[in-house]
Design a protein around this ligand. Structure first.
Ligand SMILES: Nc1ncnc2c1ncn2[C@@H]1O[C@H](COP(=O)(O)OP(=O)(O)OP(=O)(O)O)[C@@H](O)[C@H]1O
Length: 680
């Protein structure tokens, strides 16, 4: 059948309007919308047989009462500012063009329903999903409500979001990943053992028992399969028993059986009283039949929003019917969203070369479909959005304030979050922190420098001072460059977990600091012990301990600077470049290489922690009355040695204070930068 050819065919068509209206109403498949007490049992039939067998009859958080959410979105539009393509310095002054990614998308999803967003690549599915999850940066126009209310932190905690890329720690096993998620996300009223039990139940529910002790894996080493990884991501969200679950292409890259299993799980979750929304690329007809509703996007504009099994009727009513060899409704919808109809398809096969004409024809078909949606489908949808009051009422005369304020609290205490994050961080990073390569690096340098400075004494004071300067610089560079990677590497995980309201930023931050400490302090301690005694520095335990504590303070300050640079720039390349320039400046201005720095630039040494460290190291090594052999039998005061006289070994208190200020200041800066760059 031919598509409509003139404007009259897309004007408000009473027959199409009737169909569209029926499609909207027909979507309400659940006769008795789930309520907080009886909403979870219907899912059993939809689950895979293996899941039905494996679900034990223990208490499951997945079977606890829910707070159903009806999600409505009306006229959602979103525009992004495009980066200028010109590389010259003045391009930033030009106004940047905007790109409309979403244009007037509407829909309604009730508890118990599974909605699929379909559309060609780049049509705006992910953007719409992110907007519905309340995670889209910038201004989204239109109205999005959750049980009639705007997005709030209580909705956030009841929302599960599974992104297209699985953000998981590669060195943790499936069981560990879900256990840590359970410990962090489940409320304090459950004991630790009960939380672990919930993680095991989710593993059983998702059919992950066989691989529960396998590591997740990453780009450099193999772990669980793509489908298993995806199910782990879904499991992390299932643990919070979300009322609203959003998933971005959960089946992409999976074989059809695994994809079928995942969509069956989603449908089961929906039937348990949740509102489930997923984007999907190319569903098979088997998968398509599992959806309750679909939203079809074409270049950011909706061409259909309603019941999944009403698409044929709707498009038939406006003049588009599939060809005789039609099998899959999803293929038909995607063709339409691309502006391809069965007729144009046939033409394309006949005449492969007339691409320009086809492009115009496709554009006009897309425009026709969008106009048809606006005229025939949108009014019915709009009426339904404004008339429907589905879902649990969030406001009751007395209960509203209490339940809201209690839901706004974190599910677990600060201390609990700290402990779990510390344990998880130590487990995930033990390969990195205790890497043989790192230990080898430090041991080699320490032994080599011990040999180079072998038993130097005060008659070679220049060498001794050089060793002290080397201490300050080596333990300035090494921790700085290690720390730079911390936050940029963890950023995706931090964004994901903080967006779900999993923990406070402060508990994460302190757990990270504490987790890094042991190895950050053990290596310099071993290094100093070896080099100090091999290098022939003052053979006094007190002086050694003072030297060690100065070096450890230097390590902490330098690590703080690295963390701050990483957190501010969130880009390893930029941060390492800046760090190398900074350390070069500190090296030169430290007071060892150049002893007559011009006054106008001499202030640089005051911002260098290596300078303070070096001064303190010299200060504890030599006393004011000490002498050294400065010629054949002649004795000179240490204080008169040019390098030391220029440096000065007085005002130890000021140097300690400067290091202390930097120790706190850099870490505070790192925290503030992280807070500013993260969702609250
Ligand atoms: N921040 C942004 N800056 C520039 N362009 C953007 C931005 N966000 C989205 N877009 C553009 O908007 C369009 C829709 O993107 P989106 O990721 O939502 O599409 P999609 O339908 O999910 O695609 P796919 O199926 O390939 O994942 C794309 O053309 C994308 O390039």
């Amino acid at each position: 059948m031919m598509p409509p050819e003139n404007e009259t065919s897309i004007t408000r068509n009473p027959a199409s309007v009737l169909v569209a209206s029926r499609i909207q109403n027909a979507c309400v498949r659940i006769d008795h919308p789930p309520n907080s007490s009886s909403n979870v049992s219907p899912c059993t039939d939809d689950r895979m047989p293996e899941q039905r067998q494996s679900t034990p009859a223990r208490f499951s958080v997945l079977r606890e009462s829910l707070r159903p959410i009806t999600l409505k979105f009306q006229d959602v539009s979103y525009t992004v500012k495009l980066q200028s393509t010109k590389g010259d310095c003045c391009s930033s002054l030009e106004p940047k063009p905007g790109k409309t990614v979403l244009n007037g998308v509407s829909g309604i999803v009730r508890p118990g329903e599974l909605l699929a967003m379909l559309g060609p690549s780049g049509s705006g599915k992910t953007t719409l999903l992110t907007a519905l999850a309340g995670r889209l940066p910038g201004k989204v126009s239109g109205v999005i409500t959750y049980n009639g209310q705007s997005f709030s932190s209580s909705v956030k905690r009841k929302t599960g979001f599974v992104s297209q890329d699985d953000v998981l720690y590669p060195h943790l096993t499936v069981l560990e990943t879900l256990t840590y998620a359970a410990l962090l996300r489940l409320p304090n009223k459950l004991t630790r053992d009960e939380k672990i039990e919930q993680a095991e139940l989710v593993i059983a529910e998702l059919g992950l028992n066989r691989c529960q002790n396998n590591v997740i894996g990453g780009p450099l080493f193999r772990g669980v399969s793509g489908g298993e990884r995806k199910r782990v991501s879904i499991g992390q969200e299932m643990l919070v028993n979300p009322s609203l679950l959003l998933l971005d292409e959960p089946t992409s890259g999976l074989d059809s059986t695994t994809a079928q299993r995942i969509v069956a799980t989603l449908r089961g979750l929906a039937r348990g009283g949740r509102t489930v929304i997923t984007t999907i690329h190319q569903p098979s007809s088997r998968l398509y039949r599992m959806f309750d509703k679909v939203v079809v996007l074409s270049e950011g504009c909706p061409i259909y929003s309603g019941c999944a099994d009403g698409v044929m009727e709707y498009f038939g009513s406006i003049g588009y019917v599939p060809g005789f060899n039609f099998v899959n409704p999803a293929d038909f919808l995607l063709d339409l969203a691309n502006g391809v109809t069965p007729d144009t398809k046939q033409d394309e096969q006949q005449d492969f070369h007339s691409r320009g004409d086809h492009h115009e024809a496709q554009t006009s078909i897309k425009q026709l479909l969008v106009s048809s949606y606006k005229k025939n489908m949108y009014p019915a949808l709009k009426d339904e959005i404004s008339s429907c009051h589905g879902g649990a009422p969030v406001r009751s005369a007395t209960g509203a304030l209490t339940s809201r304020s209690s839901e706004n609290q974190w599910t677990t205490s600060w201390w609990m979050q700290f402990k779990v994050l510390l344990g998880r961080g130590l487990k995930e990073r033990k390969h990195e922190s205790y890497s043989g390569l790192r230990i080898f690096q430090v041991m080699t340098v320490s032994i080599l420098s011990g040999l180079l400075w072998w038993h130097s004494d005060t008659s070679h004071i220049q060498d001794q001072v050089g060793l002290l300067f080397f201490f300050s610089i080596f333990w300035g560079f090494f921790p700085l460059f290690n720390a730079i990677f911390a936050f940029p590497q963890e950023r995706p995980m931090l964004i994901k977990e903080r967006s779900s309201g999993m923990y406070r930023l402060s508990s994460y931050y302190f757990a990270r600091m504490a987790g890094d400490l042991p190895m950050e302090l053990v290596l310099p301690t071993i290094f100093t012990t070896i080099t100090y005694w091999m290098g022939g520095l003052k053979p006094s335990v007190v002086t050694f301990l003072l030297t060690l504590s100065i070096i450890l303070s230097n390590v902490l300050v330098s690590q703080g600077l690295g963390l701050a640079l990483g957190a501010i720039l969130m880009d390893v390349k930029q941060a390492t470049t800046l760090a190398s320039v900074t350390m070069l400046v500190f090296l030169l201005a430290g007071g060892y290489y150049i002893q007559h720095i011009p006054n106008f630039i001499a202030w640089l040494k005051y911002i260098s922690f290596s300078h303070y460290c070096y001064k303190l190291l010299v200060g504890v090594q030599y006393s004011a009355t000490e002498v050294y052999e400065c010629g054949s039998g002649a004795k000179c005061r240490v204080l008169d040695f040019p390098a030391i006289s220029y440096l000065g070994i007085d005002d130890i208190g000021w140097n300690v204070a400067a290091l202390a200020v930097m120790l706190v200041g850099y870490r505070l800066l790192a925290y503030v930068a992280l807070r500013m760059g993260q969702p609250r």
